[in-house]
Design a protein around this ligand. Structure first.
Ligand code: FES
Length: 162
């Protein structure tokens, strides 16, 4: 494990260690520990997986297996703002592909990608449950509906300056 990562994140690893101590003798400790680890670090980098594997004395492949199986865990750092573009049927017929294309152009990443400054992660999602507002995007908890591609720049800019 890289010593510098441990050094730079001393407090976070101390918090992780507390969580490990709390759960390690209980049944099925891995899920609560991974949840807490993701909360602390924002994602589950390899160093964190290694740390947990060592502390629980289990192979890292077990951790990796769980972390990649459950969609609530992410191995890559995500942006501060997650932009979900609904690609459900109602949104699709109302032009969500053009909205997605405009977002790709505007922030410069493909779906699943994160901008280099870690401000935005772009995602194509299933129905967001707001079909009456199609086409819909969500930025964290904010919903934007009845969009046309020319709306995108202004919306994205609101989050650039935050
Ligand atoms: S299809 Fe987009 S919100 Fe339902």
């Amino acid at each position: 494990m890289s010593a510098s990562i441990l050094q730079e994140n001393k407090e976070k690893f101390a918090e992780l260690q507390n969580t490990i101590d709390e759960f390690k003798d209980q049944e099925g400790p891995l899920m609560p520990i991974l949840h807490k680890a993701q909360e602390i670090f924002g994602h589950l980098p390899i160093e964190v997986q290694e740390y947990i594997a060592k502390a629980l004395d289990i192979p890292i492949t077990d951790i990796y297996g769980v972390a990649t199986f459950y969609s609530q865990f992410t191995l890559q750092p995500k942006g501060k703002y997650s932009i979900g573009v609904c690609m459900g049927t109602a949104c699709y017929v109302k032009g969500s592909q053009a909205i997605l294309d405009e977002l790709i152009k505007e922030i410069g990443v493909q779906p699943g990608g994160t901008t280099e400054d870690f401000n935005f992660t772009l995602e194509a999602t299933r129905c967001l449950g707001a079909c009456g507002l199609a086409p819909v995007i969500m930025i964290n908890d904010d919903v934007y509906g009845r969009l046309v591609p020319s709306d995108i720049k202004e919306i994205v800019n609101k989050y650039r300056s935050k």
